[in-house]
Design a protein. Structure first.
Length: 277
């Protein structure tokens, strides 16, 4: 888990600065255990149960499987002084308790949660569009992404167990059709955009062209070099739940010949929480 709430505020992404600013480094969030060790606690934004922040300042705990020592949170499974009492039923139903892979197509049997999630998506479409652009590094037009979100909603893809309110843009990208890249503009000085540019420039048929406007501002556009009728697409796939990553792949193919699409390259992106009000 990489998000937390306090008794009155949140949710927040887990970082040292966010946790210190939100808790002011006082009880009940900073506590000393019976062995004299400092422990850090907060509240799960989804189920309201106590959580412990692991490796906030150091790297004391190592994950048994991944061997990583990153900062994260986990449910305590017990009461913590000063925080809400542990509720086992809410804990078992918490989408952050045991996260599901995007490849797991299991519907969530919780109409209240699904309805709240749908409401959250509808109220935050503008921010979700902005976040999809950030994730992909590509300045897709509003109407293009609005259609993708509409299809996502109509298909009830938000009702799958892998989707919760902190991974909405990733869920949309994973479950949607591949995105058309021809004629799109890349963001400048964006690490993902730089990777997209590197991959596109491997093509004999497409390239990134610098476009200068009347004010001498430079933008980067994906253009075609070939006279062939070709498509260039971005595919989002391969969710790694342990590493918290997704794969972005770029392919090109001739008209009506998707089965023989050519893989130009791919890059792996780290997933982070996206928080919506």
């Amino acid at each position: 888990m990489n998000v937390f709430s306090t008794l009155t505020k949140g949710p927040f992404e887990i970082t040292i600065d966010n946790f210190v600013d939100a808790t002011h480094k006082k009880e009940p969030y900073f506590q000393v255990d019976t062995k004299g060790k400092e422990k850090h606690y907060a509240i799960c934004p989804e189920c309201g149960n106590p959580i412990q922040i692991i490796n906030l300042f150091g790297q004391e705990y190592e994950e048994q499987i991944t061997k990583k020592r990153n900062t994260h949170a986990r449910h305590t499974g017990k009461n913590i002084l000063g925080l809400p009492k542990h509720d086992q039923l809410k804990y078992l139903g918490c989408p952050l308790h045991k996260a599901s892979s995007f490849s797991c197509r299991r519907l969530r049997n919780d109409e209240v949660y699904n309805s709240n999630l749908l409401s959250l998506i509808n109220k935050n479409k503008s921010k979700i569009i902005k976040d999809i652009r950030e994730i992909t590094g590509i300045n897709f037009k509003n109407d293009y992404l609005e259609k993708i979100i509409k299809t996502y909603i109509n298909s009830n893809n938000y009702s799958y167990s892998h989707t919760h309110r902190f991974n909405i843009p990733y869920s949309i990208l994973y479950t949607s059709m591949s995105l058309d890249l021809f004629g799109r503009y890349l963001f400048i000085d964006n690490c993902i955009s730089n990777e997209i540019e590197r991959i596109v420039n491997c093509s004999a048929n497409f390239e990134i062209k610098n476009i200068e406007d009347e004010n001498k501002n430079i933008s980067k556009k994906i253009v075609k070099k070939s006279t062939k009728y070709l498509h260039l697409i971005l595919k989002v796939s391969h969710h790694n739940i342990k590493a918290k990553t997704l794969r972005l792949s770029i392919l090109e193919y001739e008209d009506d010949d998707i089965d023989n699409a050519v893989m130009l390259g791919n890059t792996t992106i780290a997933m982070k929480p996206y928080i919506y009000n």
